[in-house]
Design a protein around this ligand. Structure first.
Ligand code: NAD
Ligand code: TYD
Length: 358
């Protein structure tokens, strides 16, 4: 048994793998990490190659719906906290097929909560007092804003509009109920759109980079004026650590980049970065590849986060500007062609054909 450890779910995905790499790089006060992930199409152990033989890291392949497995991992590793990332995370996939979203995001979170409650009930003293269940969620649970609406706060009423956001909202409610009813020491974070290394290229930013490099059309939904708030993934990981260590039990914290942009602005900034870095690509300027395509059904118009609470209570603010973050991200994809080749084979091609007829 590892003496001080935390259990991470979904640690082979985009944010989870960045979180694990950052945690172990920062020293983490000696805490080890156990990563439970069932390696869906979005889970990739190559993300964690650098630390795969680190003695502080253990991988347990498994499904969070599987209560017996979760109970065994908790008994074996006796973690002081759980950081719950595992989810189906792509809105477009949730529109094509919501089943997996309900299964993992709702039933999986429920299984994890039930086993955490049983585990926590048996703890004693400091170990019981200090245990935390941190649930990682999204700004999408709050629904859609108009151009003039104020940003979401932690007290904004939930109004999810996609099967993805509805399943995340359901999981947030379960977490809330487990604190309120059973006293489980929970924390919830709701974050805006992340970008950075290791993001699966079904999401807007890596999809744009890869298509632009390949001289393929860059699909922009509708009029391209939907607004998202963007945060560099490392900043999100630091915010989660701040909430885990200093957040008030039972509370939720909004996390965001104070960086609202239309999708067209995002795509344009990637294209101009590539014009400088890759002046000899087949299509330059890369923006000539932009192609307006049919809108996403039920497409939320705007998300924006008020991060006053986490700033005031925990002193967290994002460290990366969008300009530095996007440059680092584009450079990372340019430098990691083997990783890209690994994730764009097989099922990825099927997804692209289904979603874009590309
Ligand atoms: P991702 O899709 O890249 O990774 C999800 C990971 O969970 C994968 O490794 C996958 O294998 C694993 N997983 C899925 N189902 C599982 C199951 N049943 N059992 C065990 N593991 C399972 O997702 P991400 O972008 O890293 O998002 C992580 C979390 O952060 C999610 O809960 C998501 O809702 C939330 N979030 C994401 C963003 C974003 O912009 N990506 C923003 C805010 C919040
Ligand atoms: P996405 O990266 O899927 O994140 P989310 O839907 O969780 O915000 O999409 C970000 C925005 O980009 C969203 O408004 C939809 C839009 N988008 C496109 O215009 N084209 C695309 O091919 C994709 C994947 C997204």
């Amino acid at each position: 048994m590892l003496r001080n450890s935390i259990l991470v779910t979904g640690g082979a995905g985009f944010i989870g793998s960045n979180f694990i790499l950052n945690w172990l790089r920062a020293g983490s006060g000696g805490d080890a990490i156990v990563n439970v992930d069932n390696l869906t199409y979005a889970g990739n152990l190559e993300n964690l190659e650098k630390i795969s033989s680190d003695p502080r890291y253990t991988f347990a392949k498994g499904d969070i719906v599987d209560r017996r497995l979760i109970a065994e991992v908790l008994a074996q590793h006796a973690p002081r906290a759980i950081v719950h990332f595992a989810a189906e995370s792509h809105v477009d996939r949730s529109i094509h097929g919501p089943d997996d979203f309900i299964r993992t995001n709702v039933n999986g979170t429920f299984s994890l909560l039930e086993e955490s409650r049983a585990y926590w009930n048996e703890l004693e003293g400091e170990k019981k007092r200090d245990f935390r269940f941190l649930h990682v969620s999204t700004d999408e649970v709050y629904g859609s804003l108009t151009a003039d609406d104020p940003a979401f706060t932690e007290t904004t009423a939930y109004a999810p509009n996609s099967p993805y956001s509805a399943s995340k909202a359901a999981s947030d409610h379960l977490v809330r109920a487990y604190h309120h009813t059973y006293g489980l020491p929970t924390l919830t974070t709701n974050c805006s759109n992340n970008y950075g290394p290791f993001q699966f290229p079904e999401k807007l930013i890596p999809l744009t980079i890869l298509n632009a490099l390949a001289g393929k059309p860059i699909p922009v939904y509708g009029d391209g004026k939907n607004v998202r708030d963007w945060l560099y993934v490392e900043d999100h990981c630091e915010a989660i650590c701040a909430v885990l260590h200093h957040g008030r039990i039972g509370e939720t914290y909004n996390i965001g980049g104070m960086n609202e942009k239309t999708n067209l602005e995002i795509v344009d900034s990637i294209c101009s970065a590539l014009d400088t870095m890759r002046p000899n690509d087949s299509v330059v300027p890369h923006s000539h590849l932009i192609k307006f395509v049919a809108d996403r059904p039920g497409h939320d118009r705007r998300y924006a986060m008020d991060i006053g609470k986490i700033k005031a209570e925990l002193g967290w603010t994002p460290r990366h500007s969008f300009e530095t973050g996007i440059r680092e991200t584009v450079e990372w994809y340019l430098a990691n062609s083997a990783w890209i080749a690994g994730v764009t084979s097989g099922s990825y091609r099927q997804w692209m054909a289904k979603q874009y007829s590309l």
